[in-house]
Write a protein of this length. Sequence first.
Length: 546
Amino acid sequence: MTHIHPAAPALAREVADGTLSRREFLTRATALGVAAPAAYALLGLNAPAVAQQAIPAQGGTLRMQMSVRAIKDPRTADWSEIGNLLRGPLDYMVQYNNDGTFTPMLLEAWEVNEDATEYVLRVRPGVTWSNGEAFTASDVARTFEYWCDSEVEGNTMASRLSVLVDEATGALIEGSVEVVDDLTVRLYLPRPDITIIPSMADYPAAVPHPTFDPGDPAAIVGTGAYTLAELEVGQRAVFERRESWWGTEVHGGPYLDRIEFLDYGTDPASWLAAAEAGELDILYETTGEFIEVFDTIGWEKSDVVTSATLTVRFNQLAEVDGIRPYADPRVRRALIMATDNELVLELGYSGLGAPAENHHVAPIHPEYAEIPNIPHDPDGARALLEEAGMADFEHELVSIDDDWRRNSSDAVAAQLRDAGIPVRRVVAPGSTFWNNWLQYPFSSTNWNHRPLAVQILNLAYRSGVPWNETGFSSEEFDRVLDAALSVADADQRREHARRLEEIMLEEAVTIQPYWRALYRHMRPGIIGADMHISFEVHPTKIGFDA
């Protein structure tokens, strides 16, 4: 019998009334355990017909341009490229799709009670590790224990699943995960949390075997369809198809014999040269002015609207020459006031997106609330810095040496100078920049799309979490965020989100100038490799046209 959460019919009525978008409905309904076909049926629609999609031919080698990073303990992965390397030998319990739905992978289904305090996870039968062992409910329970160990440095899964972490011990709450039988796990939450399923789909949520050793990636035991045959950080990663994969009958694929991720650095001009020389089949992401350039060489383009973004952020804890320049909210507010977000979008990303409002909640998010932004006022910005005694302080804005992040940071720096604010630009190579991205006093970084705004606010701005690059800490923000995480209804959650947005602006936490549309180019004849809303590359779906 198809599981229909009690909230789903009411959500469908909101779509019919025009108060909820179809995408928001699909995200919320499937996260509550409604299967995608049933969710579409509640809207009076048929789910997209997989059978009508072209099936790739068997065999071949795909060569994708992508930054090749070191393999990490999955729960500490801090870039989606690492997730894509892990996605060859490992699988995820849940997959997030471009239409907003969540698809069960290692899980077969899940059920959520009415107030989101109890989750029943159904393990897919027949799943096996590459060493022949069965994947069972005990593996799921062990994975939650692994995820919820907050003592592991850089473990952001503990932040995502904080509702299951015992504050006293920093570990999984005793009794919160029950193995009901070999294929059933029940979660007991001390308070409601609607982000459990979305969090299990994020890229640090790859499921490793107990023997996983990031220092020996060639020996990874996993449930994935590919083995990691070669890894040269900064150069290449090569995956080869396993002889058998448990998921072929359920999910289809894998089709390719071999996948090569090739690192050509951060300059898109080198990607173009490699493409024209026949060394590449597909890009990880096409950016900036090169989107139009790749249109001219006969490659096909895939694009998707997202809440992916750039933040030009201030580290409130960082010291410069014995002072903490960004601890003063007047300094932070002044730099935001001096920046015209529309101009940063135009100069930094060729206008391919939408201006943002400096609070990191996007109109695409279900709980988005429209509130007044900090006004663009260069004269007022200068006056505020004078009031703070910081008018002559020279800011050092650091960015990576690539196309769109460098150009966007240049646009911010130029506007600060136009407002009479001293600023020096530092452009760092990727190998240097990513080693220090959490420490820079003033720098630009990018953030991926997440289905719910409360997910990104929880990851990036909650006090003390590993990815809090701003050093921002607010008891009120944390308290309101806890309340927002417990509300399934978007209209009710929006009232909490409104206050979270207001706090972000009152505290002038970051310059967050625009939302990005994402693009990917590939040579004709490639199937199953459309640009993913969260940069995911699903190796079992990709192949060549027969």
